[in-house]
Design a protein around this ligand. Structure first.
Ligand SMILES: CC(C)(COP(=O)(O)OP(=O)(O)OC[C@H]1O[C@@H](n2cnc3c(N)ncnc32)[C@H](O)[C@@H]1OP(=O)(O)O)[C@@H](O)C(=O)NCCC(=O)NCCS
Length: 207
């Protein structure tokens, strides 16, 4: 299935929020995404679109009809032809890049799409001359930990009761320095394997 990665735009926010709700128990409000997309100089927010297959027809039974259909309606009420199926965000503060969020629709996981989003963030962080990447993940989120470990992230501590919905602790992870030949080698190797895995289905990245 073909995909592309674009920078998140204001008009994408309702659709991103709908995907976010299917990825996390506590989704970000639309206002948080709107705030982020108005500061492209400080961050990178991206969306992964499935190309040329028409709107998704997998409504979330937890949502009402309107919530499911709303993301696919543009101002002219025409369905969005390339639905958003994943998204990710990065803040850059000085020489540190903070992965703020990343998610892929449940039915499309395990195909390399989350990794595609992560490498897009890492490439941007390297272009912006960041030296380290950091993030927080739920201690129970071993899938996410495994993804990050592929890109040299290591456990660096805990933030106790970080998640307000259930009081779960966050694991804080930091990458190795990303501006070194050693990281470049790890990155190139992992990216090469991913490119083989997705086999040309990424049509383009425009961030
Ligand atoms: C985390 C998430 C983005 C990963 O996306 P994905 O598209 O399923 O992951 P990929 O297919 O790209 O897999 C990349 C790596 O993640 C890890 N991974 C993915 N699925 C896994 C699983 N079921 N079990 C263990 N590791 C897994 C592996 O390291 C994998 O690399 P490999 O294929 O070489 O083994 C996705 O699971 C998701 O959206 N989860 C909900 C939101 C979330 O928790 N976000 C992270 C917040 S910190």
């Amino acid at each position: 299935m073909p995909y592309k990665i674009d920078r998140m735009r204001m008009e994408d926010v309702p659709e991103v929020v709908a995907v976010d709700r299917r990825c996390f128990t506590t989704a970000w409000p639309a206002s948080a995404y709107r705030r982020e997309v108005t500061h492209p100089e400080k961050n990178l927010y991206i969306v992964l679109r499935r190309v040329g297959e028409g709107p998704l027809t997998m409504p979330d039974p937890k949502n009402g009809f309107l919530t499911n259909i709303l993301p696919f309606l543009k101002d002219d009420q025409a369905p969005n032809p390339d639905p958003i199926v994943g998204y990710a965000g990065l803040w850059i503060v000085s020489d540190e890049a903070h992965v703020t969020t990343i998610g892929v629709l449940p039915e499309l996981r395990g195909q390399g799409l989350g990794e595609l989003l992560l490498i897009t963030l890492i490439e941007h962080a390297r272009e912006k001359r960041a030296r380290w990447l950091t993030l927080e993940a739920r201690v129970s989120n071993t899938v996410a930990h495994a993804l990050y470990r592929k890109y040299t992230f290591k456990d660096a501590g805990y933030r106790r009761r970080y998640y307000s919905d259930d009081g779960e602790d966050a694991l804080v992870m930091w990458s190795d320095r990303i501006d070194t030949p050693e990281f470049e080698a790890v990155f190139r190797d992992a990216r090469g394997k991913l490119e083989q895995k997705i086999n040309g289905s990424l049509l383009g990245v425009s961030v």
